[in-house]
Design a binder for this molecule. Structure first.
Ligand SMILES: Cc1cc2nc3c(=O)[nH]c(=O)nc-3n(C[C@H](O)[C@H](O)[C@H](O)COP(=O)(O)OP(=O)(O)OC[C@H]3O[C@@H](n4cnc5c(N)ncnc54)[C@H](O)[C@@H]3O)c2cc1C
Length: 470
């Protein structure tokens, strides 16, 4: 290979110019760099909202690359075939990318790496998606952590790789290869009219993510510990959306949190702990990939969760369970593409416990609706609530949505913001729900508010009886 052979930089869920070891390495080598995104076998399986958000991330990142004299080449097809063909076409000698840890991505990347190496290319995956590689953190006994608190103790003092400055230049090749047209991929198609609604709420790109972090540190980290459970308060960072697409690195959150801790911010340690929950989720997914599709605890396999996508499940999906806090949270997700963490726990508990429906049904719906969809956090979150996961909530913890509302939405501001039927003058978000949801659902703000799918006490009793008799 000629000394100046181009480098292929394979972008996946890492759309940023700073803190990006693969991009930094490509830039430092001083050779031409061809960044490419492949709409491959893994990306093709993303749900409707993640695909919409992927399109937004690509569009934004491609424009950022142009500003530093580069481009994002778009290709569609099997990752292995596309990368082999593109590497040959541009005369590349090397392919670099950021490592991923979920089972589908690992299977793809293992295939791709072997094929590239066999064809004579240098192929290397680098860190950046996590702060702690899952194989680097191990307990004294056993090869991985099953309990979050022990994981936290093991990582809290560990050094985290330094941040790197934003790349300001990437050498362009003499001639750019052909790129598909992003619009032609129609990544927003499945969202229908919901796409325009999501666009009002999404916060896209590296600069916006950094601004979000700065604002959180300036205004909210101090009170984070007490305020983070109230769904109507702007008390959390909102950065899951940007982390999911790699528009900001977890290390950047970590260092900002550490600085705030040193400056005496009261909520800083709690924030760092939450950032480590994301690491823990990936630790689990890496060591026990079955967590994404099967009960992590095999003893739950015989439990009688229903897997039918019946009328009750449809009401849950549509935010029409008749339980205001559950419905507000489900509509928050439909409108904004994200849901407050407390809402996620409450709706997951209502589905898996009150409705005795399999967590996989909820996991799949979230996968279709969340713009911060993350394969590890979603799987861990669902199994944590259902009780079938590692370090899970005990089976007898059945969230009572009425008590939760009293505690965390006492003035009903959250419910009023999202549930039009319960107020005289619906808020913008409540009306956006009708603009976003499919016409086939036939919903209007004037509908009567329904009776509960399952009564709170009745559902709790039924769930406890089922859980105790498993
Ligand atoms: C059923 C269920 C499903 C979930 N699905 C997802 C998902 O698909 N994508 C996702 O990013 N998170 C998911 N979570 C975790 C959590 O709800 C979100 O990370 C959080 O609401 C994001 O808001 P934020 O960025 O304002 O968080 P902040 O409170 O500002 O926290 C900072 C960061 O810490 C991480 N974090 C916080 N809480 C958790 C947690 N419980 N688990 C893992 N990481 C956490 C996130 O990366 C978050 O951005 C799920 C939780 C549950 C219970």
């Amino acid at each position: 290979m000629p000394e100046n052979a181009p480098i292929l930089l394979w972008m996946r869920r890492d759309f940023r110019l700073a803190d990006h070891p693969a991009l930094a390495k490509a830039a430092a080598l001083g050779r031409p760099v061809v960044p490419v995104f492949v709409l491959d076998e893994v990306a093709e399986t993303y749900g409707a909202a993640p695909k919409w958000r992927l399109e937004a991330a690509i569009r934004h990142f491609a424009a950022e690359l142009e500003k530093i004299g580069s481009r994002l080449i778009l290709r569609r097809g099997g990752a292995q075939e596309v990368l082999l063909a593109l590497a040959a076409e541009i005369g590349a000698s090397q392919v670099l990318w950021t490592r991923a840890y979920d089972p589908d991505a690992i299977a793809r990347d293992t295939r791709v790496k072997a094929a590239l190496k066999q064809a004579g290319y240098a192929a290397e995956s680098l860190p950046g998606h996590l702060m702690f590689e899952p194989w680097d953190v191990a307990p004294k006994q056993g090869n991985y952590f099953k309990v979050y608190s022990a994981f936290w103790r093991a990582v809290k003092e560990r050094p985290v790789a330094d941040l790197s400055a934003k790349a300001t230049q990437l050498t362009a090749p003499k001639q750019w290869p052909h790129s598909d047209d992003l619009a032609g991929w129609q990544l927003s198609r499945a969202m229908n009219q919901g796409a325009a609604v999501l666009a009002k709420y999404a916060v896209v790109g590296e600069a916006a993510a950094q601004a979000r972090l700065d604002q959180f540190i300036d205004t909210a980290i101090d009170t984070y510990k007490e305020a983070r459970d109230f769904p109507d308060r702007p008390a959390t960072s909102g950065l899951s959306e940007n982390l999911a697409w790699g528009e900001i690195s977890p290390a950047r959150l970590w260092f900002a949190g550490q600085r705030a801790l040193e400056a005496g911010a009261k909520g800083a340690e709690h924030f760092l702990k939450e950032v480590v929950w994301r690491e823990f989720a990936y630790h689990l997914v890496y060591h026990t990939p079955r967590i994404t599709s099967q009960n992590w605890r095999g003893e739950w396999d015989g439990f009688g969760w229903s897997e039918a996508e019946d009328a009750a499940v449809r009401r849950w999906q549509q935010g029409r369970t008749g339980v205001p806090l559950v419905d507000a949270a489900m509509r928050e997700m439909y409108v904004t593409g994200t849901m407050h963490n407390r809402g996620r726990m409450i709706v997951a508990s209502y589905l898996t416990k009150h409705m005795l429906t399999h967590w996989r049904i909820g996991q799949k719906w979230f996968e279709d609706c969340l713009i911060d969809w993350d394969p590890a956090a979603n799987a861990m979150g669902w199994q944590w609530v259902a009780g079938s996961g590692p370090d899970a909530a005990p089976y007898f913890r059945v969230f009572n949505p009425q008590l939760q509302a009293k505690k965390f939405d006492a003035d009903s501001r959250y419910v009023s913001r999202f549930v039009a039927e319960l107020v005289d003058t619906p808020a913008r978000e409540a009306l956006d729900f009708y603009a976003a949801c499919p016409r086939s659902w036939g919903l209007t703000p004037k509908d009567d508010y329904p009776d509960p799918v399952v009564g709170i006490d009745e559902g709790r009793k039924r769930a406890l009886a089922a859980y105790e008799n498993r």
